[in-house]
Design a protein around this ligand. Structure first.
Ligand SMILES: O=C(O)CCC(=O)C(=O)O
Length: 293
């Protein structure tokens, strides 16, 4: 029997595309499972689906977990609150390295973003494989990180945005009042692959718990620099109708802001793990030092 989808790797560590995905009918359970397997293996998966409707977008999202209403981006409104809109015309952008909403106690496990309006040039998105970055650390550094946790704080980028005049003071106060922050282990275990992955980003992580401030800063700066090596990177140049699905447990991402004054509009859905799914039910033992996501 032929496989339900055909997947072509776009890089040795991260990134793949699905060739010829037919959306004219409902996607079969077999196809969705094959998509999930490809996602877990390649960490970021490009689909070419120009005809994808918001309902189809949500139907695919539901296979991966429980679609969320995003914490701070706007959405499509009544009936489609779980389709988030990131539109430069509305002043929204995502030009920061981050795991999606890592300031939540259980951040989304998978995100899928569909390109609706693109600038003539630019607006590419980049992903970094945090599993590959972890693998490449020295044995001594891995040992040092074991058992350490870091604070992920939604207010950190808001403060920067206020300083750069990107948000109003009213909006800043509204967001900061939510006081969303959470302590996560710096090293986590992927629940499906069992691979260890670094869990930190320069956007949301403020400091490592329990370390002297200068020590925390030095370690974070080393780790951020280490992760930013090009061999862990996958970059996608969008065409309208592309959708990229990424594994928020194992990658960070950044949408390059180089297209002003042109418009860039993306529709996205992200999902929380369901208790009965692989995403939430660890298939691998937790180690004493790293926590399964
Ligand atoms: O606009 C993009 O390409 C990425 C959007 C993003 O960062 C997000 O959905 O969290």
């Amino acid at each position: 029997m032929s496989p339900p989808i055909s997947v072509r790797a776009l890089g040795p560590r991260i990134g793949a595309e699905v060739l010829q995905l037919d959306l004219s009918g409902r996607l079969s359970a077999q196809t969705l499972e094959a998509l999930e397997a490809a996602l877990v293996r390649h960490e970021a998966l490009v689909l070419h689906v120009p005809e994808l409707s918001p309902d189809q977008h949500l139907a695919i999202a539901r296979h991966f977990g429980e679609p969320e209403v995003h914490t701070f981006y706007p959405n499509l409104g009544k009936g489609h609150e779980q389709i988030t809109v990131i539109d430069s015309k509305l002043g929204d952008r995502a030009d920061m390295w981050h795991h999606d909403e890592s300031f939540l106690p259980s951040p989304p496990v998978v995100t899928m973003t569909h390109a609706r309006i693109l600038p003539p040039l630019g607006g590419d998105t980049c992903w970094i494989s945090m599993t590959s970055a972890y693998d490449a650390l020295s044995a001594r550094m891995k040992q040092y990180l074991d058992g350490l946790s870091a604070w992920h704080d939604m207010n950190a980028p808001m403060t920067a945005a206020l300083q750069h005049g990107v948000v109003t003071h009213e909006r800043y106060v509204e967001v900061v009042a939510q006081n969303r922050r959470h302590l996560h282990p710096l090293v986590r275990v992927h629940p499906v692959t069992g691979r260890r992955t670094l869990y930190l980003s320069p956007t949301y992580v403020t400091h490592i718990d329990g370390l002297a401030p200068a020590e925390s800063r030095a370690i974070l700066d080393y780790l951020f620099g280490h992760c930013m090596q090009v061999e862990y990177l996958f970059k996608h140049r969008w065409t309208v109708g592309d959708m990229v699905v990424w594994d928020n447990r194992s990658v960070i991402h950044n949408a390059i802001l180089d297209y002003a004054p042109h418009q860039r509009r993306m529709h996205r859905a992200s999902v929380f793990a369901r208790q009965h799914q692989g995403g939430a039910t660890p298939q691998h033992e937790e180690s004493a030092c790293a926590t399964t996501i």
